[in-house]
Design a protein around this ligand. Structure first.
Ligand code: ZN
Ligand code: ZN
Length: 302
């Protein structure tokens, strides 16, 4: 709830005119208690989880396999619409219960670390810098938590649920045991706890993080994906390999960038896999060339 009764009072406190975004924020949040603003997280999470994976799911379900095969990472696998819908419902319930409960009990922590709701709003540069820091912190902590979840106990008791999809699809991004959903909240919130931000940046951070998770679980490797230009970004193919190997996987634990896997030597399996693929492709190209040459000679001799 903002401590201003009017726009004039807010502008007097700021010592300048409000921007369009600040005026909109004042209109929206002036009379909404802070704990209700924080509970928006759950609604935002569910809306993004419902809508963001939809285009990818429709592409997979409605397009002939022959069309999607060239851009599918595991082209032979196609889940039924019923299986995808079941995944969506299961995940939405887990998110609603775990993140909803967490939203209620964690509000005092959010206030304590200094997440603010008032004016001024952060600039775009400030928000981008904060989210870059959050990404790096989340990626590093997430890497180690993921490695711990691949110990025998962690995998059998918790992480095996997320690995039920050996060929992930967009709606399976947050599909996990409720304990894992809670645990993975820790690296996501550590950044904002260390570098506190405005609540709108916190919402944006959760949206970005969720879209990134959907991207790496999409099952598609698009040639025009703009994330290809982000240095060290792992992407769908990198994480897909981790799912394909499953329980025994000791490779590709990073969820955003790849440097932890290269730094701690957990990308060896993936590198070997890529090298083997390159060899097979090289052989196929060579065979193709040989056939072409033989074919052209055949015509010359005729
Ligand atoms: Zn895993
Ligand atoms: Zn995954």
């Amino acid at each position: 709830m903002l401590p201003y009764s009017s726009a004039a009072e807010a502008e007097a406190a700021l010592g300048r005119s409000m921007t369009f975004a600040e005026a909109a924020w004042l209109r929206y949040s002036a009379t909404v208690p802070d704990h209700l603003l924080f509970c928006h997280n759950v609604a935002i999470l569910l809306v993004v989880y419902t809508l963001a994976p939809l285009p990818l799911a429709l592409l997979e379900q409605l397009t002939p396999q022959a069309v999607t095969s060239p851009i599918k990472i595991q082209p032979r696998v196609r889940l039924s619409a019923a299986a995808v819908f079941r995944c969506y419902l299961d995940t939405a319930w887990v998110l609603l219960l775990t993140v909803g409960m967490l939203g209620i009990v964690s509000f005092p922590v959010v206030k304590m670390v200094g997440i603010r709701t008032g004016l001024p709003l952060p600039t775009l540069g400030e928000a981008a810098a904060q989210m870059a820091v959050y990404l790096l912190i989340e990626d590093y902590l997430g890497y180690w938590i993921h490695r711990l979840l691949h110990t025998k106990w962690g995998y059998e008791k918790i992480h095996r649920v997320h690995h039920e999809f050996s060929a992930p699809v967009s709606y399976a991004a947050p599909y996990a045991h409720w304990v894992e959903v809670l645990i993975l909240g820790v690296p996501s919130f550590t950044g904002p706890a260390i570098v506190p931000c405005h609540i709108t940046v916190l919402w944006l951070w959760f949206v970005v993080r969720q879209i990134e998770a959907i991207d790496i679980h999409s099952g598609f490797e698009f040639p025009f994906n703009p994330t290809r230009f982000i240095p060290f970004y792992g992407g769908a193919e990198f994480h897909d390999y981790h799912h394909r190997v499953g329980e025994k996987s000791q490779s590709n634990f990073s969820s955003v960038f790849t440097f932890c896997d290269y730094l701690y030597g957990t990308a060896k399996g993936y590198k070997f896999h890529k090298a083997s693929l390159a060899k097979v492709c090289g052989c196929q190209i060579s065979m193709h060339l040989i056939f072409k040459i033989l074919h052209s000679r055949y015509y010359v001799y005729i």
